[in-house]
Write a protein that binds this ligand. Sequence first.
Ligand code: URA
Length: 448
Amino acid sequence: MNPPAARLETPVLIGRKRDGEELAPADLHALVEGYMAGEVAEEQMSAFLMAGVIRGFTDAEAVALTEALHASGDTVDLSSLRGPTVDKHSTGGVGDTTTLVVAPVLAAAGLQLAKLSGRGLGHTGGTLDKLEAIPGFRVALEPDEMREQVERIGLAVAAATAELVPADKRLYALRDVTGTVPSRALIAASVMSKKLAGGAEHVLLDVKTGDGAFMATREDAVGLAELCVRIGEAKDRRTAALVTDMSQPLSDGIGNAVEVAVAIEVLRGERPGRLETLCRELAAAALVLTGRAAPADAPAMVDELLDSGRALERFRDLVVAQGGDPGVVDAPREVLPAAPEIIDWRPGSGTVTAVRCRELGELAATLGAGRRRKEDDIDPAVGLELLVRIGDEVADGQPVARVHARTRADGERAVERLAALVTLGEGDVAGAPLVLERVGLPATGEVR
Ligand code: URA
């Protein structure tokens, strides 16, 4: 069979974007449709993306691109749910396990979450890989099964099927290899097309900024958050965003089983720290966004859901519903796979003055917790625990990090590398605040 004839107008559209013109929605739809139909070649789409990254896109173009990506596939139909339905999305980071805590808190508050999650790639982890560290946990749910589960227990976390936003899957892979990921409009269209396809009425975004995030500067992250909120509102979804710090890992765990263990410890009230604080902030924001709580009351409601154990019980319901071993809720470290070699790193005394967040994520991936390529297998048991934060005082002999490795040699190599990634020095240093900005949301009362 001959390939479909290339569209004559494609070079003209690329040239117009190269010259900084705004393209009409119909042109952007034609480009995405043509690409999916094989009429716009990979090199043409690459050239268009690069022209867009350099010249920028207007808001109207970002909305049109979102619509075009969304229109390439199905939308999950959540209309049979009682609601309110809510989706929570992070733009990705290191030790970012908030879904495992926030989703059960919100389900316990009577909200409904049908969460479509992804796998880790590069230095960032993925919720599906983390949940699969729980023995027996299934992430492949049919749409009907997912809806039934959400109606029954308030939450489900599953893999997005190939039919959802296929244009984003292809374009994201192309952007990854053509240096065209860092565009505000392209990232916003990629994120928001998936949120539209996920079907929830409310969308809460956690836009990360700092060394471990896609948006390195606060200004870029705020711009991305504002654009996503404008796109969501233009498409009739109540959308808000928190811009949060990713200049150091969020959780003490980096890896799959270790992150699940830490998240369960947060749900059990046994692990105070940055992850717990951000989970409280996100849950409170979602309660306000959905109208479940007034801004001043939302933190107390989150406290009650966590302290009473109701959120932990929702997590247990999730594990049982998706075939996992519920014993993980009571004794996470006994049930989750454990690495054969655990080595503590004790570098001496000083103040933690700097942490190379992205490289800590890469180090965990090198141990086997992440993938180099999409088709790679991961090792759920391996990873790191970072036991300090920027500004902490470390005493001589105190463990600063714990390496969970498959072999002694892997573990020792990781320990050697850690010395370049966590700096001990002198002086009064403070890490960045966790929540840097709220977009589309009033301030809530103070979280604990
Ligand atoms: N996350 C996404 O889903 N898409 C992007 O383009 C970047 C981060």
